[in-house]
Design a protein around this ligand. Structure first.
Ligand code: M6R
Length: 365
């Protein structure tokens, strides 16, 4: 049941500290606190290793986020694609390329077709799934399981953040195998991962702030989400979540693309959600937000205390999130975009758990 929550989506958002903790513990040695992934049937250490990550919807945004981790931490050239495109594109694969398929259900038709396409080329496959008995888990050469537990809400929440947590562990493991991760940095990263559940609880404690911003969004006709680096896929996920459950037209953009089109839509009516922790890209995003504000756009800033202080009174609203290691920031930043979508849908009175036209699992093409 939903316990004391109004909707499954709300319950599942609140379960995230626990299920992320479970997922991380399943990949950690309890005595040493070091990462301990199961044996996987491929070699990350080879200098020619490449990764192709494939999924649909929210799972595809988890893949896009992981690309930053695999490239920046492990130095592995990585491509991501949505399964419906990948399966028909006949992309040539290199001899050291590994296919990674991310799916909550493990039954998404396009993702399975993409997996079979990679297998047919004789390349190894890894499935990251929430349902251990699923087709993807059965057919792939290797499997990592997210421990989100059953997800009932059609809009993915805890499945997404446990996928991110699993992919982050895999990137740390790959970086270690490749010898490009100092033991001290690895310990730091594991510490930052360990602290995620506690940091997420701090975000959940701010529920009222999201309700207030949601009452502002409920009347909007269009909402723009901006993010840079690993926050770009989180902006995409924020927009997807909002459109799925509140039916408000929303788009996510890389902040650097603002000038190349979407700024034409910005006026006094348009809320612009900036997902922007105070990392090495913050200043770039800050200048994009100045451009938004100059056109009357209503900037709503999700950042940490330093980022919010730096923006002064430019935002019409802001949410102060805990400052965390930039590596884990995408996992933390997923929560505010979910809470905002949820409370906006509640304010509009839509069917949060069963949005119109959507199915939980898309098993036909
Ligand atoms: O079961 P899967 O993870 O393969 O499903 C993929 C997408 O259908 C799914 O993430 C969809 O985009 C959700 N409705 C997102 O909230």
């Amino acid at each position: 049941g939903k316990g004391n929550h109004r909707h499954y989506m709300e319950k599942e958002i609140h379960e995230q500290p626990a299920v992320i903790g479970d997922t991380l513990r399943s990949f950690t040695d309890p005595s040493s606190h070091r990462l301990a992934l199961p044996d996987l049937p491929f070699d990350f250490a080879h200098p020619e290793t490449r990764l192709q990550l494939v999924a649909c919807g929210t799972a595809a945004y988890a893949c896009m986020t992981a690309r930053y981790w695999f490239e920046q931490l492990a130095g592995i050239p990585t491509s991501t694609d949505i399964a419906s495109e990948y399966r028909y594109r006949d992309t040539p694969m290199t001899s050291r390329e590994l296919g990674i398929f991310v799916s909550q259900s493990g039954e998404t038709a396009d993702t399975l077709a993409a997996l079979r396409h990679v297998k047919a080329q004789g390349r190894p496959t890894l499935a990251i799934v929430n349902v251990a008995e699923s087709t993807a888990a059965r057919e792939a050469d290797g499997m990592l399981r997210t421990l989100a537990g059953p997800e009932i809400g059609v809009a993915s929440t805890k499945a997404f953040t446990t996928q991110l947590s699993t992919l982050a562990c895999l990137a740390i493991g790959a970086a270690r195998e490749r010898g490009c991760l100092a033991a001290s940095r690895e310990a730091q990263l594991m510490q930052a991962m360990d602290e995620i559940p506690a940091r997420l609880l701090q975000v959940l404690d701010q529920d009222q702030v999201f309700r207030d911003i949601a009452s502002m969004l409920a009347g909007a006709g269009y909402v723009l989400y901006l993010g840079r680096g690993a926050m770009y896929p989180i902006a995409l996920e924020g927009a997807l979540k909002l459109k799925e459950v509140s039916y408000i037209k929303a788009e996510g953009y890389a902040a650097g693309e603002l000038k190349h089109g979407p700024i034409a839509l910005v006026d006094e009516e348009v809320p612009v959600i900036a997902v922007a922790p105070s990392d090495h890209l913050f200043e770039k995003t800050a200048s994009n937000l100045q451009e938004v504000a100059a056109r009357g756009g209503k900037v709503i800033l999700f950042s940490d205390a330093a980022g919010i202080a730096a923006m002064g009174d430019l935002p019409v609203a802001s949410v102060t999130l805990p400052a965390v290691d930039p590596f884990v920031a995408p996992i933390l930043m997923s929560l505010p975009v979910q809470l905002l979508a949820y409370h906006t849908a509640v304010a509009k009175g839509t069917d949060v758990d069963q949005p119109r036209n959507l199915a939980k699992s898309v098993t036909v093409e």
